[in-house]
Each structure stands twice: as C-alpha cells, then as structure tokens.
Design a protein around this ligand. Structure first.
Ligand code: WQD
Length: 337
C-alpha cells in the first residue's frame, strides 16, 4: 500500500538513497532539506533514477514556524528523520552547533508528530552509541557507553528523547543504528558528496585515487588487530536504505512488537583499513598512495554488528559485497569529474 513519507535530510547521502528505494517500493516521498550539506542537484539524480521528482521543501528543521507550516500543508503517514550534522571529528570542535542542530530539530519534529497523531517514525541512529564495545560482534543489548564525541552523544540523547516521547504519546518509533555506510547507487547518479576535505575513509580513498587528494593517511597501525589498523563494518548504502523501507513498513502495518525498537544495521563483517585499501585497489585497478600516521583521537579499535535481530525481526539482511560497494564508490567518484 502506498503511503506519503516525509524524509528530513532527504537530499543527503543516505536520505537520497532511501528516497529512491521508497519510490521504487510504491510510496510517495516528500523531502525537507536545508541544503547545508548537500546540493539541489541530488533531486535531479533521484528523478533520473526513478522518473519521479519528489515534492521538495528547502526548510531548516530548527525553524519551528516553517516546520509547523509544512505539516499544516502536507498530509504525512510516516517520517524518516536524517537531518543532522554527522562529522565525528568536527563535533569535537563545534559541540554547541551539534547539540543545537541535532537535538532541537528532533524535538521540534517530535512535537509536530505527537500533536498531529503521526505514528510511524524512523530515527537515523549510529553504532557510535556503543563507544568501544566490550564484546564483538555488537548486539543491541550491548551497553550504551560514554560516547567518543558530541556527535555520538546527540545520537544517544536522541534515542532517549524518542523513548520518553513514545512512553508519553501514541508515537511508534524504530531507531536504526548504522555501522559504516559506503558505496553509491549503481547508476552513479547519486552518491556520497562530502563538501570540503572528506572526514570518512572511503570518500578520501576515492578522491585520492582521482588525484584530488595527494595520499591517504592511515590513522594508526598499532591497534590490537591482525594488521594493526582499526576494524569497521562497512555496509553498502543501498542495503542500508532498504533497511529503512522494511522498518517503516513494520510500523505502518503495526507489526512492531514494542512502541520503541532499535536494530543494528551492518553486514556483520569487520574489515581493517588496510583491507579496505587492498580491496579498493583490486576493484578499481588503481594503486592507492597511503602512509601510516598517528591514531585519530576518538577512534575505537573495532566495531562490527551482530545483525541477528534485524535479520529475524525485519527480515532484512545486507546483500551487497564489499567489492560491489567500493566499486560503486569509485564509479560515482569518476562521474563527478
Ligand atoms: C573509518 C576508519 C579511521 C579516514 C563513521 C561515521 C559515523 C558512524 C560510524 C553513522 C577509522 C580510518 C578514516 C582517513 C583513516 N556512522 N580513517 N584515514 O569514524 O568509523 O565513523 O561511521 O552514524 O557517523 O563517521 O568512520 O570513515 O571516519 O573511519 O585511516 O582519512 O578509517 O581511523 O578506523 P568512523 P571513518
């Protein structure tokens, strides 16, 4: 059944891939984005892929009057909330900007949803809520530990705000705790668009391979891991987008088993930085200039997901390989030339 779904931050990296999957699953998509960390051309990419141009509002989610006006005008059955600042390192230097943006936008949105009886809410959370987990792979029962950054705290506090709101209203919510999203749509019409120097590993790799960056710095090779470099769970962004569809439909069809649920969304497989470099070189045919430097403050040694709960309850599982993800990132980078 088709529903009208609002995607906040819908022109961002994960938001735009989720918009494509929603449209391809027969839903109507409305996008709010303030364009602070993306470009309006992403809307053209969504249209080229799907043949549908979503209704678009250039609105800042912190603008209470504008958000109220949106809901006065647009009927919405469910919301997927991506709008947030998301650079771990940047958040350490700009904590107030992160708390103000990420939390006030969430609060304003939840006020509107609860006042208007809109029940289905999907929250973009993060594996950073676990900090350095004591056990690997990480399950949803792992304790939420002190975050390594203000960004991580905005996700932890965001989940608490949602849980308290669910208890005090008819809202039903699912938090998806992402591991490391990488890759791009196979059309190479949408992908990750880091504005400025990329903070994340894979866009820095593709920009180095494209000659935009001189060489990749590998942040530490003295970790207690097989090759000394840190380990993460790199998931194809299209697999991640598909997880949002099944989570949303779980709420829209009232199959949720609690008013608030959270799921780890990853592949369940850990890869080290050096393994990512080697795999990229294999799929792209490019050798990657890189050097070992000091560890980056705030990095955890290893994080990869136990996805049993999402597999069982959502019937969702990551399907794309690391090779496909890295190859799609490279194709996307080449399309930007
Ligand atoms: C990955 C690995 C770095 C850059 C991200 C998001 C966060 C969350 C989890 C969604 C680390 C190393 C990186 C570089 C390097 N996702 N690295 N050289 O820190 O795991 O967090 O995924 O919420 O929002 O930021 O991802 O890509 O920055 O780092 O060696 O130039 O690559 O040390 O081991 P991270 P990342």
């Amino acid at each position: 059944m088709s529903h009208r779904i609002l995607i906040t931050g819908g022109l961002g990296y994960i938001g735009s891939h989720t918009a494509v999957e929603l449209i391809e699953n027969g839903h109507e998509v409305i996008i709010i984005d303030n364009l602070s960390n993306t470009r309006i051309e992403v809307l053209d990419g969504i249209e080229k892929i799907t043949g549908v141009r979503p209704v678009f509002y250039q609105t800042d989610m912190r603008d209470k009057a504008a958000v109220k006006n949106f809901f006065d005008k647009e009927k919405v059955d469910g919301v997927i909330h991506f709008s947030a600042f998301k650079a771990v390192g940047e958040s350490v230097h700009k904590p107030l900007a992160y708390y103000e943006n990420n939390l006030s936008a969430l609060i304003i949105l939840l006020q509107e949803l609860t006042q208007r009886g809109i029940h289905a809410f999907i929250f973009s959370s993060s594996c950073t809520v676990y900090g350095q987990a004591d056990e690997l792979p990480i399950t949803e029962k792992a304790p939420v530990k002190p975050a390594e950054s203000p960004y991580g705290y905005t996700k932890q506090v965001g989940e608490i705000i949602i849980k308290d709101t669910v208890r005090a209203s008819d809202l039903k919510a699912i938090a998806l705790r992402y591991f490391n999203p990488i890759g791009a749509h196979s059309s190479a019409l949408i992908g990750e668009l880091p504005l400025g120097v990329p903070q994340n590993l894979v866009p820095f790799i593709t920009q180095t391979a494209a000659g935009i960056r001189h060489e990749l710095s590998v942040f530490g090779n003295d970790y207690p891991t097989p090759d000394g470099t840190a380990i993460r769970d790199y998931i194809h962004v299209v697999d991640l987008a598909k997880a949002h569809i099944v989570a949303l439909e779980r709420l829209l069809t009232h199959k949720n088993k609690a008013s608030y649920e959270c799921f780890n969304i990853g592949t369940g497989m850990g890869s080290s930085v050096l393994e990512i470099i080697q795999t990229f070189e294999k799929v792209s045919g490019q050798s990657l200039p890189h050097k070992i430097v000091d560890r980056r403050p705030g990095d955890v040694v290893a994080a990869y997901a136990d996805t049993t709960l999402a597999n069982k309850e959502l019937g969702w599982k990551a399907e794309k390989t690391l090779e496909e993800a890295l190859y799609s990132s490279w194709k996307w980078q080449q399309s930007l030339r």
